[in-house]
Ligand binder design. Sequence first.
Ligand SMILES: Cc1cc2nc3c(=O)[nH]c(=O)nc-3n(C[C@H](O)[C@H](O)[C@H](O)COP(=O)(O)O)c2cc1C
Length: 108
Amino acid sequence: MAIDIHKKKPILANNVGGLSGPAVKPVAVRMVYEVASVVKVPVIGMGGISSGEDAVEFMLAGASAVMVGTANFINPAACVDVMEGIKSYLEMYNHSSVYEIIGKLELN
Ligand SMILES: Cc1cc2nc3c(=O)[nH]c(=O)nc-3n(C[C@H](O)[C@H](O)[C@H](O)COP(=O)(O)O)c2cc1C
């Protein structure tokens, strides 16, 4: 929520809004990690993904797939960039499939 202090009214037409984009990513990665650790169904990661590296973080945390929202407003090719980024990461570490990185986070 944001308030116009001179009009004494909310700035957003809907009065309140949601938080998305890079600011929510660390929280979202943790949520995916915690949920994926205890369920046997596929988890889809979302929240602040704008690059292949972001998507890989979610996959290492346990996401079987990812979604891209806010980044599309900044870069209409965001999804293509994310897909190419995932491919580059897999090639860099000689992985033949995303299945080789899903849930493969090694805790400190
Ligand atoms: C314009 C916009 C509309 C959204 N509409 C919905 C919605 O209808 N239902 C829903 O569950 N989440 C909705 N979300 C939240 C997204 O699904 C997502 O959880 C959130 O934006 C975080 O991902 P992001 O950082 O990739 O955008 C919306 C987000 C945006 C930016």
